[in-house]
Design a protein around this ligand. Sequence first.
Ligand SMILES: Nc1ncnc2c1ncn2[C@@H]1O[C@H](COP(=O)(O)OP(=O)(O)OP(=O)(O)O)[C@@H](O)[C@H]1O
Length: 268
Amino acid sequence: MIPINGARSNGSTISDLNSPVAAVRVRGLRKIYGTDTQAVTALAGVDANFGRGTFTAVMGPSGSGKSTLLQTAAGLDRPTDGLVWVGDTELSKLSETSLTKLRRSKIGFIFQAFNLIGALTVQENIVLPLRLSGKRADAVWIRQVVDRVGLAERLSHRPSQLSGGQQQRVAIARALATRPEVIFCDEPTGALDTQTAAEVLSLLRSVVDESGQTVIMVTHDPVAASYADRVMVLADGRIVRDMPQPGAERIAEQLASLGARQRAAREG
Ligand SMILES: Nc1ncnc2c1ncn2[C@@H]1O[C@H](COP(=O)(O)OP(=O)(O)OP(=O)(O)O)[C@@H](O)[C@H]1O
């Protein structure tokens, strides 16, 4: 088992923006794609803290800015305006090389499409981030991660020989290999059936509870979001709901009422 290195704190809310324990902080985050008449405002000023050892689900209608928030908070893309801190490091001051180093050491990524390398074995895929950052794999840690995701029997297989759920487990193990502080997930269960999705979500939950890591997950699925400590809802590039442990039913209700309000506003 992965050692427990910290108790889980509750999801931070919009009211504790100055919390010193945030794994990720964003302030005044704006992202505008294109220019002039073609300009699209994807983020219209987002302030949020993501506490250490918490699991946050980011939800909202299509085009509300969820992926853009994830990309800018993870340092994959630069905001038009505003600041992002990962731990104590403010990202706008970093060169591209330093940003890449920070991503490799402090951040893990899990995407809907798994993004595994087909020519590499499971073992090679898992340790790839360590190889890319020029670090030696800590054999004891990698063994713990492999046991945690239940892949010990599959290490010499190629991704194409695995089910979707197993491939996502490899992606989770790869994300954990560098012991990142934060794991960003974009629709991690979008390509999985209900049962397999539940297993993957339980695994993410246990990463937070037992290892004290921070998970920030974009999802459309209220059931997936109910595994989180906190559900943040975006609409038109702003946070419009921030709910501690709301449960799947309440999440679905809130999304439905938001959708109805948006349709009414469009119809005038
Ligand atoms: N590279 C880009 N160039 C131009 N516009 C973009 C780009 N990426 C995103 N957008 C626009 O920014 C807005 C927010 O997009 P984003 O992908 O963040 O939304 P989302 O909430 O993740 O949507 P979905 O749930 O459909 O994935 C949308 O209007 C989108 O069309």
